[in-house]
Design a protein around this ligand. Sequence first.
Ligand code: PFF
Length: 467
Amino acid sequence: MARNQFASKFGTLAAIAGSAVGLGNIWRFPYVAGNNGGAAFLIIYTVICLLISVPVMLSEFVIGRKGQSNTYRSFIKSSGHKGWGVVGAVEIFAGLAILAFYCVVAGWSLEYIFASAMGELRAVEGIELTDQIARMGIRFDDFVGKGGEPILGVWRPVAWTIIFLALNCIVLAFGVSKGIERCSKFMIPALFGILLILVIMSVRLDGFAAGAAFLLKPDWSAVTPQTIMDALGQSFFSLSLGMAAMTTYGSYIQKEQSLVGVSFTVVIATVLMAILAGLAIFPSTFTYGVEVSSGPGLVFKTLPALFASLPGGSWVGVFVSTLFFILLFFAAVTSSFSLLEAGTAYVTEEWTYKGKHMSRPVALTILFVIVGSLSVLCAMSQMEGSSLIIMENSLFDFLDKLTSNIILPLGGIAACIVVGWSMKKQVVINELTSEGQFNAKLVEFFYFFAKWVCPIVIFYMFIKGLL
Ligand code: PFF
């Protein structure tokens, strides 16, 4: 049977950019950039992406496209050593763990799409903004189960989590090009369009200049060694590295497509989307003098209150708020596809039942049960009085920290070592230039970085991060 492939060049870019552009870009990156020197951070971030993350991404693509298999098998085939399979397997399972907590947050975006569209988040007549923010805070805490008496019911976040995962499974059951690629080809341009609409709406606000300055004004004095560490961590998570996602997607990229071209486009698209997200969000916080923040607090508490206060009456608020949460959903779902696909490729290619390989629907059903159970536990670990605590963190936070701080960097180093040290140089160069079709000079440069610079730099940062 012919192996799955992306069908078109644009579809490949949309799927891979879809994996990269996610919740991290929308609620974390603009805030980190704003607090770490604005444009100064953006420049450092872009340089780090190009010098460190792009070589790692290229290494993952090479392993996947050369191996023509799931991440576990591709690591073995590309390196020629069975032992490397362990790294591939760990990445796949870590990816599924990320997926478990990602589904919880993505589920929240579904709740908020409906709550916005139904007008539930509208401001009460004559209410002060601070009171509206407090109201939204109470609503969110109640929804996720952190409030005292649950009004919305404890099963709501769990139900949305499961619905979100089920949607992923349905899309993936259609296959790589008919499911993932087709959806991404629609969702990524839509996401870009929504961001543009939101930015245009925020240009009209009084705080636009201040919001844009917070994000874009270069302040080199705010840059410290920690900034560089933050930039590297952010870029790894944001570009979906070390998580089997890019190795798996790499195995679906057509031989004629330039891997360097794909990685450049994806990095530029990811940074651009994050800047636009910042321009959509910050002007309203500055207009109303609310403290800038990040994460769930910003997205589910402050922003709904700010949307409700937008000039133009309540329908503008309803419109902007619904669009924003659709944006969040699109960003999340195109990222989760890549994590679930890494698992799906593994199960369909490696697990057999009565001597036969499993079909995608069967594999997805198995993954739905495994990841769904873990997701439900993650959603419940957020609730008040939950006993799902590991090393003083809720299960949700524990999985987040374990994967982001440990597995991601080690996975990135492993990919560089396989490409730089296990594989023959000519094989790597041939893969990167698509058998001589593309510029070999640039490729040599990235090869050098993947072999020498990236493993050392990432390892250094990894150790420093642990201490
Ligand atoms: N890149 C996604 C984000 O920034 O939200 C999250 C993610 C997706 C991380 C896929 C890792 C991954 F393999």
